[in-house]
Structure formats: C-alpha cells, structure tokens
Design a protein around this ligand. Structure first.
Ligand code: GLN
Length: 533
C-alpha cells in the first residue's frame, strides 16, 4: 500500500495534548496491523531542545540513535513501542540549517532562497523522509505549536502543498481544538473552534477530522453544531474529555471511531475493531491497584513535564506490581542534613533525578546519603548516580572534598570527571554522549538479576562519567561497578549489594519503558519499595 499521511494540528490553545492524540492514533492504526511511524515538527529555531531549559519545554527526550528531541517522542514510544529516530523530530532550526548549508555549498547558485519554495520544499522532504527509509503504511506528523503562530506558517503551507500533490485519499488533517466551559453561563463554547477551523481553511487546509478537547461532555447537539459550521462530518467530530490516565485516551478514541473514520476517509477497509487486549489488561490492573507506594522525586525542576519519562516509567512499573505510585516532588535546593529526615522519612523509595549544573547538587547528595544510611531503596539516574558516587566517596572513602569536575573544576578528588572524548568539545549543542550504548552486566549483581540478562543497551545524555582511577577503592569499600561499557570501559551502573536496593545508572532507563514493556530496573525498584505488611 502507498504510504498515507496524517497531519495533526492544534488550535485555540497550546498544551491540549496533541502528542497524546497522535500517539493514540498511532496505537490504534498499529493495532489494525498497519506499519506506522509518528513524527514531530516543532516551529522553534533551536536545532533541537537539548539546549532548552526544562522549564521552557519540559524534559528533553533522547532517541536510541542519539537525537535530543521533544518529549512527545516519549509518548509515541511508550504508546506504540516503536523506536523513533533523529528523523522523527525536526525543528525550524534544522530545516533552515540544511537549506543554508546547501546555499553555502552553491547548490542554488544564482537563485534567491525563499521561505516558499525552499524552506517549504525542505519541510516536505523531511515529512516524506521516514517512508523512504522503511516501508510504512501511515506517517503521522504532529505540528508543534498552535495555528496562527507566525512560526507555524511554513509548516502549514508545506502541508497544504503536500495534500494537493499526494492527491485524494493519501493525506488527511486532524485538527485538535479546545471547547471552553464558561461556568458563569453554564455553557460550553464552540466559537473558538469555529474560528480556529476558519483560520485553517484560510490557509487552504480543510480538516477532515476534529478532536475537541473538553472538560465536560459535549453531547450530540454541540458536535453536530461544530460539524455544521466547519464542513466536517458529524462522526468525524470526536471529543477528548479529561480522563484519569493518558493511557485511556486510545480506548476513548477507539470508542468514538476515530481510527475507523480515518480509514474510511482514506478509502481503506475498516474491518473489525481491534481488541487491544494487553493494553486493556494494563488499564484494568492500573484501576484495580488500590495500595500505594510513596516515591520521592529529588530534583530541581518543580514542573511535572521536566521528569515526564521518569514519572511514566514509575507508573508503568507500579501498575505491573499492582501498586499505585504516588510521587512526591522534593526540591533538592531545599534539602539539608537537618530537614532530610522530615522530607524523606515517610517515603518507600527515593529517585535522585538527572540534571545539570551546581544548583541543587548538595541536596541530592544529602538525599543519596539518607537513602544509603537508612537503607531506603534509592535509584540514582545520570546526575543522580553521579551524586551517589560523590556521597560514597565523601562519607565512606573519606575523601571529604570529592566532587564532579562539572561542579568543581579544581577538586582534588574528581571521582566524576569529564569524559576523554568531551575534552575537545567547544560547542554545547548536540555534543554530549548521546543515544544507546552497550553495557555488560556483572553476573550475580542485583542489576543483572533485575534485567534477567548479562547485557543491555541503554540511552545516554551526559558529558561526565565515573573516574576509573577510583574504581578499586570503591569496589573494596562496597560500591560495585556492575555495569560497564565494553568498548570504552566506562562505568554505567553502580550498586550497593548489601542494601535493599541502592542502584545508580549513568544512562536513562526511563527513555525506554513502555506501557506493554515496563523497564526491568523500574520494575525491580518498585518491587523493592513495596512495604512488607
Ligand atoms: N550533568 C551530568 C553530566 O553531564 C549529568 C547529566 C544528566 O543527568 N543527564 O554528566
């Protein structure tokens, strides 16, 4: 079958959950046996979100092939289990960079380079790219931002052209809008949706499907009204109401026939509705879990999107252990030796989060110390693992001024040091150790048990690393380096075998936990956190 293209745009407001809708649609088409991919085009100028503060844009996600991307790619992978690549996340910056590089090379000699056609052509090339690399039935393309943004214009123009060039049945537009509820009037208002669709029509794009985000049931009458005003079939107006979990969204979309409507509009047979058995089992377990495990998330970003993949990985593992995970954000900048017992005392487990820079560091070290000395299950991820190492060096090895070179370039005990390959790096963007690397697990270690394997491959995003000059000292004192990269001999995992669960990973296991395949380390961590009653 020729590849078909679905474009997901958003109007009225941002943060309506376009990423979840895209991921859900991907899931539903995949369940019908179609080969799919989902990609995100972001209208900002940064080449990638790697240099953005998580306060601006939430977590930076990392693909196995080493691209720093928008967090929506995390949703795509968690929903579909399909690995994304650097071609699934494209920004305006990347589009312009490749056009400008070509201009400098002389590819367009004699020509004036313009948004139309040069930038729009490059956008179109990128939209089609994934389907040229592997056989795909559907490519779902989510356009970041909200229509009407100045930055979105070239993307919408590229979509308009592509729809025309591909011809009927090959491309379709799903537009997501918001229907606000005016409490004083007791009414849901569809005018912003009408205006948003008119705006899209003004750009030459007629949406075939509308997904209306709402906090209250719209009812048939409002759906027909929207259909009537927007030139859309009434069964193609779908509502996306707030649900207890984002993982309920595919079922809600399926109930309203979103996938069936799209297939019909693209001239494909609809066939029976997929059962989504394992997915439903996951949700049933999630609903049935009545007991709760309390996990402290020690980090410096007081924003739920900043640690999105960690939160989701904990939730997956909680569900498969038949527990609800209640996460408690603990600001590491506020943790001191005096208050740590108050802040972490009631917790069943502690996650020391990834991060960069000096701010909030000492609090993470205090948290790691508390976890170690009180034998609370503790999971250190990337910077969190590095803080476990520093804490151990200071308080067990007696190296009082041990530190990471990132925090103190002059430290005499650089137990965490800049990686050799990083020393010549002068540019900040896209230059960390990024993407998936092999890791050999020590036989008999807690970690190897958790994985049930002798080897793994996990995604990284860091410049600093355990300093192997100290390896013997650590091992003799009880902190085992149980995961090592076979090529570079870099230490990727440390653990304290004498403890209930005290493991730090230099990599980010949270990037590869999915709904149907929870990550083994998160599984084993939550299992260790569950109180014996
Ligand atoms: N800042 C640390 C490093 O660069 C850890 C990075 C992280 O937590 N992702 O090594």
């Amino acid at each position: 079958m020729e590849t078909k293209y679905i474009f997901i745009t958003g109007g009225v407001a941002s943060s309506l959950g376009k990423g979840i809708i895209s991921a859900s649609l991907g899931k539903l088409l995949q369940a019908r046996g179609y080969r799919i991919t989902i990609q995100k085009f972001d209208p900002y100028i940064n080449i990638d979100p790697g240099t953005l503060n998580p306060y601006e844009h939430g977590e930076c996600y990392v693909t196995a092939d080493g691209m720093e991307t928008d967090l929506d790619l995390g949703h795509y992978e968690r929903f579909t289990g399909i690995e994304t690549t650097r071609d699934n996340s494209v920004t305006t910056g990347r589009i312009y960079l490749s056009v400008i590089e070509r201009e400098r090379r002389g590819d367009y000699l004699g020509k004036t380079i313009q948004v139309v056609p040069h930038i729009t052509d490059e956008i179109k090339r990128r939209i089609l790219l994934n389907a040229t690399k592997s056989e795909l039935d559907f490519v779902i393309t989510e356009i970041g931002g909200t229509i009407g943004d100045i930055e979105s214009q070239p993307f919408l123009e590229a979509i308009r052209q592509l729809r025309w060039e591909l011809g009927p049945g090959r491309a379709l537009n799903v537009h997501l809008t918001y229907v606000p509820y005016l409490a004083a009037a007791g009414e849901l208002k569809t005018k912003p949706t009408q205006t948003s669709v008119k705006q899209l029509q003004g750009l030459g794009i007629q949406p075939e499907v509308l997904v209306l985000r709402t906090e209250h049931d719209l009812g048939d009458e409002l759906r027909s009204k929207v259909a009537h005003f927007c030139n859309v079939d009434v069964q193609a107006v779908v509502q996306s109401q707030d649900l207890p979990s984002i993982y309920e969204v595919p079922l809600n979309m399926q109930r309203q026939g979103l996938d069936a409507t799209i297939l019909r509009k693209m001239g494909l047979p609809v066939g029976p509705m997929p059962e989504l058995g394992p997915w439903r089992d996951f949700l049933d377990r999630r609903r049935r879990a009545s007991r709760t495990v309390d996990i402290a998330l020690v980090g410096k970003y007081d924003l739920q999107d900043a640690y999105k993949s960690i939160l989701e990985s904990l939730a997956h593992a909680g569900t498969y252990n038949n527990y609800k995970v209640r996460t408690h954000y603990v600001n590491s900048e506020l943790i001191t030796p005096d208050n740590v017992a108050d802040l972490l005392g009631g917790m069943h487990g502690i996650v020391v989060c990834p991060g960069f820079g000096q701010r909030g560091i000492e609090g993470k070290i205090v948290a790691a110390h508390y976890g170690r000395t009180h034998d609370v299950p503790t999971f250190g991820i990337c910077l969190g693992m590095q803080m476990m190492v520093i804490e151990f060096a200071r308080n067990v090895l007696g190296l009082a001024d041990a530190n990471s070179r990132e925090m103190d370039a002059e430290t005499p005990h650089n137990v965490i040091d800049l990686m050799e390959e990083q020393k010549a790096v002068t540019q900040m963007g896209g230059t960390m150790r990024l993407g998936a690397y092999d890791c050999i697990l020590r036989q008999g270690s807690r970690t190897a048990q958790a994985y049930g394997a002798g080897q793994t491959r996990e995604r990284h995003r860091h410049r600093y690393e355990f300093n192997n000059r100290y390896l013997t000292d650590f091992e003799q004192a009880g902190m085992q380096c149980v995961g090592v990269n076979p090529g570079a001999q870099l230490v990727e995992i440390v653990e304290l075998p004498a403890h209930r669960w005290y493991i730090g990973t230099q990599f980010h296991p949270e990037y590869s936990s999915t709904v149907l395949h929870p990550h083994p380390l998160f599984m084993s961590f939550i299992r260790a956190c569950i109180p014996n009653d």
